[in-house]
Design a protein around this ligand. Sequence first.
Ligand SMILES: [Zn+2]
Length: 355
Amino acid sequence: MLLARGVVATPAFMPVGTLGTVKSLTPEELQELGADIILGNIYHLYLRPGVEVIAALGGLHRFMNWDGPILTDSGGYQIFSLAPFRTITEEGVTFRSHLDGSQHFLDPEKVVALQEAIGVDIAICLDECPGYPAPEAEVHQAAARTLRWAQRSLKARRREETALFAVVQGGMISTLRKEQAQAFRELDFDGYALGGLSVGEEKDLTLAMVEATTPELPQDKPRYLMGVGTPEDLVEGVARGVDLFDCVLPTRNGRNGMAFTSFGRVVIKNAAHTQDPRPLDEACGCYTCRHYSRAYLRHLFISRELLAYRLFTLHNLYYYLDLMTRMRQAAAQGRFADFRREFYQNRLEGGNSSG
Ligand SMILES: [Zn+2]
């Protein structure tokens, strides 16, 4: 994927830095972990500290000291999930801030302008994310409005260095997802995001929606599956043509003492780890696994020591980014099917969890 700040090898995983920080890590650590691109959220940054503050400090890259590409989510999902008292019209969305109750109005044009103002590399169009489950008529209406808003977003573009991705909606209706994708591919976006998934539906349904969408989108432009991301989801997403992922799981679950490993998940608070001298994952080369035992990590976590959050975040992001590297290599060598089989085999042999 070619961006103004360079090439990002795909498929790629974007660590989540909603507020302009990947919680507990420095940008240098993210680079060492192999992160090529990170994600922020314009809804959150607009509310705090404010786009004018970030712009006055030289843009988001300089503000947070990250030189690599940044994608910002438009905040469509956050407005519909976090903000109380939202009102949606054809013009845009009026909502109250979840921080202080202040009233705001955002429309597709302003959402593009805000992202351009802080100089991100990839901006996302404002979309309407229907709830789940939702009446079919509502899902159709939201999808149609998302398409009209995307057309307005395209016209609102001013900054060439900021790529613009559209969001394809369609709820859990595969025929609608397919139709929407076909309509969107006629528009000249730099990439296409699949939105409104992993909102409480069964895993098979998520994958069925991905399958209905990706083949209809241009093969030469990035396809981004928003907010979906267990390690299994990443493997299955790549198998279905997804190029970009983001998810809070490695960072958020890490802070809750859960490690993703090559053989399944490790829940560190479990008593079985009290005197365990082994690292989280013997196959892992991360800083945490090279230096610390499960016993020590459990001690830190139980004692609520700040280092625990950092060490788990470092391990989980290393695991995710390394998984993406291995998938890229396998795909380049034409052995992705073997890779996928081994991925599940390791989990079976590891009992899928160390408890
Ligand atoms: Zn590790």
